[in-house]
Design a protein. Sequence first.
Lengths: 277, 357, 357
Amino acid sequence: MSRIFKYAFVIFWTLFVLAPLSWALVTSFKTPAAVNQGATFIPWVQFDPTLDGWKDILGISGYANLIPNMINSMIITFFASLISVTLGGLAAYGLSRFRYGWKYYGNSDIIFFFIAQRILPPVVLAIPFFLLLKNLRLLDTHLGLILVLTSGLMPIVVWLMVDFFNQIPREIDEMAMLEGCNPLQAFRRAILPLSKPGIAISAIFAVIFGWNDLFFALVLTFTEVKTLPAAVVALNGTVTPFWTLAASAIFSILPLIGFVFVVERYLAKGGFSGAVR
Amino acid sequence: MASVTFSNIGQSYDLSPDESTWALRPIDVEFKSGLTYGLVGPSGSGKTTMLNLISGIVKPTQGQIYFDETDVTKMSIAQRNVAQVFQFPTIYKQMTVFGNLAFPLSCRKWSKNKIKDRVESIADQIGLGETLGKSANKLRADEKQLVSLGRGLVRDDVTALLMDEPLTVIDPQYKAELRRKIKKIVAGKGITIIYVTHDQYEAMTFADEILVMNVGSVVQRGQPEELFERPNSRYVGNFIGSPAMNFIRGVVDQGQVSIAGQRLEVSTSVTTLGGAEIEVGIRPEYVPVMEAQGPNVITAEHISVSDMGSTRVLNCKIGDDIIRAKILRDQPVPKLGPIYLHLPSEKLLVYQDGEIV
Amino acid sequence: MSLELKDLGITDGTDMILEGITYTFEPGRVYVLMGRTLSGKTSLMRTIAGLLDFTDGDMYFNGEDFDVLPTWKRSTSMVYQQFINYPNRTVLGNVLFPLLRSGLSKAEAKAKALEMIDKVGLSSFADRKPGQLSGGQQQRVAIARALIRNSNILLLDEPLMNLDYKLREQLREDFRELFTTSKDSVTIYATTEPAEALLVGDELLVMHEGRIIQSGVPAEVFENPNSVTVAQIVNEPPMSVLTAEISNGTFSIGHRMKSQIPAHLVGLPDGDYQAGFRASELTIGSEGDMKEEGEVDVAEVAGSETLIYLNTPTGYTIVQEEGIHQYISGDKLGITIPPERAFLFDLSGNLVVAPGN
């Protein structure tokens, strides 16, 4: 009996979550006539699908072209996440394994320092960042936005990964060093293969936050490197028909869905059983 | 306290009709009220299943469980009112030691004064009287485990106390101490205790009676002495005692046992085993070194000595088999080479296909 | 290829972790470190491995300063108490790992690894991950990994501590054979168990509070512990140490029991002493000159022996009786003390006379 309830709830929840998405997906293939018809869901049966909405955003109809924005977003998200996960991961490993500090301040204070970067709301940081990039002549460049995003993503990665590395027995590093690996080799050969789930989680967070960043993109980039969220927002601001908006929404989440599917298989790999009794 | 009786209880997790694959093959067992039982066996032997059947975590595939005369087969875990100590200390971290010990009583709506008296007396018994005000989370693992035990003991009406490998997560250096402490605490309380472990050492120390389990059935049941003196299988003989029992291959010929061509008197009747291959089993403790040949004295080749501290073990070869003899430290150590070993007939047991004859 | 420690010490603030360690370890021999928890065994091993920095003294290997080499250049192998293996690699992958940088070809390395896996008795498990193995098997993997490199120094930090006693018994026997294969390495083995020390050790170093307080051939140290502390460490169960007195031609224990002065104590000056007795040399029963009545505190079975802990008017006494017997806490028992087996210590704990063997 309780089982039926569980399944019923799961099915209900799935529909609840998928409904808006499927609505957007279906709408993106509709003609104006079909949209005005009222609620219809099944293509070919209830309405005749068309690619007009998609043509509008892919530059085919000449209305708008989101592909360059997509490429900008990919470049910026990829590098910002890569730098965050690489440097953040190394920093986290160091913070988990070695002791740093000065006087009373130790590793936990350094970790707090990292996470404290996230306390200030982005609005407060906008002007300093703007001036900083302006002086460095990095406004409206890929590199500028990558650096700014990295400063926001890295704390999350460090914070997640320190906790993760702390769960890996220290003896594994020691053992690798006893077996002839220097500390960096020990990290690469022995610890890194064990860290896949942690890296996957951090990467997912970094990519999602990076991809969805709108605020800094709006403030720090203008025409040359407009990112996808900024472009979609710009579309919203004009009199764009909403079948085209629906297409742009679906278009902008496709890479994320793809990424999560690829990374997901590293997530559930079962822990460290057999490392230490 | 109550007795616990299994009547034709069997447990299968995959509902296979073949009983030989069951986690616990159909069995009748009685645990008498007030005694301590050790369930010992390797993982997968069915000992934890047996425990879970008693506590009610698992419902049996077939058969009935009785507490005294009451059929509890269908009762819920709470109704059965058993106390359990798990592998990992189960404490309420946010509470003090006092709060932890008082918890089962306050759930039962005991009066404040009664709870205080009871908790204080139990805390003294488990040796944590001084730490009552401390946060339970600050204790060492072995002390936490004592708190878990204490929570089982404060309830004066539990039917049985179940312990599931309670020493598993304790640091080895505190293990022996905790084992002795638990033994002292429960001694003479008249509690029915069922103690599950894979460690023979622990079982032998704790239990009035031991049930040795292997692949879903009880292979031998008895007091520690019985298991030591008369293991009914090779398995039990190896399992209990240190070093393990000696098993030497031999044959029965015309009603006489011989090993490596040397005749032996045994107290078991072997007349029905004409020509059969057998093994004779004897504990290393019962193999004295002799000066000369005599009845039931065999010649073996003494190949090495293992110094165990208070005792020494002589490793000897007879035919292709090894026979070990244990001597006390103050006894002289015989030279390597040929040696006479006495195998007293009353201590010799005969085994065929791993089972006692 | 010897390892030389000169006045080695570690201080951490005001804590003295190791102090004045001067010792030379020769290759091809097994050195056993014995001592209680926190006596410095693990710290000494970690210092030798380069995982811990020392603050005083010098360390040389093969005549050259060892301190300048980082861990990964020292050619040391270590086996931990916990069974440490790479969880994501198979047994074969684990044993291969140390060979990755050895310059062997893939095929050679694999053949060598498989040979070692066979030697530790895991050939049928080569493709399993450590998580799928039992504790004893996991520790064998760790040992295979440590042995395969033929390191200059092999460190084993209580490798059997987390195993059941049956497995300990078995692996202990295996060790003697495994270690003989590493003739060129210094093998250092930490343990708290006298039987292990006596079985595997060529030399025994007793550690206490960060110092080596006695060293020598294991049996020699066992027979002639130079102090009460050493006697307690190398005897398991610990010796019972009772007050003793020699005056006017009589030897008395606890100012109660009197006997003639036993032969090995003749000629000592009158005065107060402490007398230590091994548990295996005290007996249950009331015979002879020195008998004492005690109350059983707790009794436990250890392998094939029963250990009885007693409160007596003279002091806390531990008796080891051969065979398996049942005693209940509170039982009254007579024990017999053999004065001729007394280890005599002066009041500050230094050995005066050992009874010899």
